[in-house]
Design a protein around this ligand. Structure first.
Ligand code: IPD
Ligand code: CA
Ligand code: CA
Length: 262
């Protein structure tokens, strides 16, 4: 599979950051942790990983803009391109020694995500996609699941924690959805949730209160794997609103209507 120079660069940056994160993950008990708002932890590992990715990407493409979770955003000399980076998605899992977290890197061009990488170093699963070139996990092409029955379907979400205001809406979603489906998972990494929809592991995913860096790469993975993505509230922008619904094609209409309460 021929990949672009930008995609190769993103993969290289993710692998470099992963080496640093894996080392810290093994010593997770010794990590110095600081609070960054209610229930939202940022670790030394997180900041170091972002610095590695920033150095790698901005070193090679100094004119692109930068939006990362852990460092200041920067407009680039080229206003049409920017990186969207979450150096560690699933921070709470990481801090608890749970092996389910990832690095997420996306490239946006003229307002559209054109390349995305979600890397799970613990399982050595490199999910990647380029616009028009499909979605892949390592060497394997990804397709969303073909399940057509809600009662056989598994969905994933993030349940708001630490007093987040979206809890009642999410509980209402669960009350509508759970009687109709085979189960709901809450694994704590939105980037991996989207990658798993692309890989056909879950039929769908929805969440409120996300940031652009949580979902940018994952949304492209789902689309390129033949799935569908939509804003949770009709007419809003997914990256701006932070509320998204993604699924395989077969169940999209039904799942979206359930989540929208229609
Ligand atoms: C979080 C994860 C989690 C989601 C949260 C995000 P972080 O990102 O994606 O699954 O439920 O809303 O903030 O803080 O681990 O980078
Ligand atoms: Ca995140
Ligand atoms: Ca993060």
């Amino acid at each position: 599979m021929q990949t672009s120079a930008n995609l190769n660069l993103m993969v290289k940056a993710a692998r470099r950051a992963a080496r640093s994160l894996i080392k810290d993950f093994r010593e997770v008990e010794n990590l110095q942790v600081s609070m960054k708002g209610a229930g939202d932890f940022v670790s030394r590992a997180d900041t170091a990983a972002e610095a590695i990715i920033r150095e790698e990407l901005m070193g090679a493409r100094p004119t692109y803009g930068w939006v990362g979770e852990e460092s200041a955003a920067a407009a680039g000399a080229d206003p049409t391109r920017r990186w969207l980076v979450d150096p560690l998605d699933g921070t709470t899992n990481f801090l608890h020694g749970l092996p389910h977290w990832a690095i997420s890197i996306a490239l946006e061009h003229k307002g559209e995500i054109v390349a995305g990488v979600v890397y799970d170093p613990v399982k050595d699963e490199m999910f990647w996609a380029e616009k028009g070139a499909g979605a892949w996990m390592n060497e394997r092409r990804l397709r969303v699941s073909g399940r057509r029955q809600m009662i056989e379907a598994i969905f994933a979400t993030g349940v708001p924690f630490a007093g987040r205001p979206t809890l009642p809406a999410t509980l209402a979603d669960l009350a509508r959805l759970m009687p109709q489906c085979a189960g709901v998972r809450r694994w704590g990494s939105a980037a991996l949730d989207l990658a798993y929809v692309a890989a056909g592991r879950y039929e769908g995913f929805w969440e409120r209160g996300l940031h652009p860096w949580d979902m940018a790469a994952g949304l492209l993975l789902v689309r390129e794997a033949g799935g569908m993505v939509a804003p949770l509230r009709e007419g809003t922008d997914m990256l701006d609103s932070g509320a998204v619904v993604a699924s395989n094609a077969a169940l999209h209409e039904t799942f979206l209507a359930t989540i929208r309460g229609q």
